[in-house]
Write a protein that binds this ligand. Structure first.
Ligand code: SF4
Length: 293
């Protein structure tokens, strides 16, 4: 088995989980990996189903859960799920567009020491609007990034390059001026609305999802990651997370990803071990393998 320097795709089980709580989102980004938007739903997973997944995750040894969507703060059960994970010793991160965070969620982020992550595009409202479909997105997201910094909520920001003339360096300066220290630049992953084809090609993945990471989708489907949107390896509505982890389907999918990404340059081979989700996580949508952290 080939092991690339910097991360270990030989790890089995799951140490990191994406819980994609919803397809609903206030924004309608042109490149959305999940094809989310205002008219979408929270899916078929009930709060009880999500709680059971978190219980299984704790029993399996998952160390980090990232709540993502869609916009996870729109899901009514998010506070309960964060508390449930925290009570079981699982570190949590919320990947939000930061367009609107309710007061009780801010309190929860501080109380449960939740980390925030968000995507950012430009220092110009018009460029942000062209990408997100919302004329006030820049103003609101910027204000909430500043609020997170003031409250001491850890935050990392991925500047995602979508437009040819995108003001990336100006955006980085704006974020630095706000006090954000963890800033990365990434390209769009070809999944969801960013891909006219059926699914992202395995060769375009970073390869991390050949290892011990998994994603649970709003309909209960389990896939190696949030970008492998047609590579289903199980369903937590019909079996347990542990059963999925022990399944031949997952072994086969991870082997296919490993073979397809062995020569990938998406992850810098000197990465040590920056692209493992446990170190960031780094391989979330809009985020990047950062070999230098
Ligand atoms: S990319 Fe994120 S913020 Fe934009 S529509 Fe998709 S889920 Fe919402």
């Amino acid at each position: 088995m080939t092991v690339r320097t910097g991360y270990d795709v030989t790890r089995h089980g799951a140490s990191f989980l994406w819980l994609e709580l919803t397809e609903k989102c206030q924004l309608n980004c042109t490149h959305c990996y999940a094809d989310s938007g205002p008219t979408k739903s929270h899916g078929t997973m009930t709060t009880g189903d999500w709680l059971a997944v978190i219980d299984d995750a704790a029993a399996i040894g998952v160390g980090v859960i990232q709540f993502i969507g869609g916009e996870p703060t729109l899901h009514p059960a998010l506070p309960e799920l964060i508390r449930h994970a925290s009570a079981r010793g699982i570190a949590t991160e919320v990947y939000s567009n930061l367009v609107h965070i309710r007061a009780d969620i801010w309190d929860l982020l501080v109380e449960c020491r939740v980390r925030l992550a968000t995507s950012f595009y430009s220092d110009q409202a018009e460029q942000h609007r062209m990408i997100t479909g919302n004329a006030r997105a820049l103003e609101r997201t910027t204000a909430n990034i500043g609020k997170a910094v003031r409250l001491g909520v850890p935050i990392r920001v991925g500047i995602v390059t979508v437009l040819a003339d995108q003001r990336v360096e100006q955006a980085r300066r704006l974020l630095t001026d706000l006090g954000v220290e963890d800033i990365e630049v990434d390209h769009v992953r070809r999944a969801g609305r960013a891909n006219a084809d059926a699914d992202v090609k395995l060769e375009e993945l970073c390869g991390q999802c050949a290892g011990d990471v998994l994603a649970v989708y709003p309909d209960g489907a389990v896939r190696p990651c949030v970008f492998t949107r047609t590579l289903e390896v199980g369903d937590v509505l019909t079996s347990s997370l542990r059963d999925v982890i022990e399944s031949q389907e997952l072994v086969t999918a991870r082997a296919a990803i490993r073979n397809a990404t062995e020569n990938s340059r998406d992850c810098n081979p000197t990465c040590n071990p920056g692209c493992h989700p446990g170190c960031g996580p780094r391989c979330a949508p809009g985020l990047i393998c950062n070999p230098f952290k």
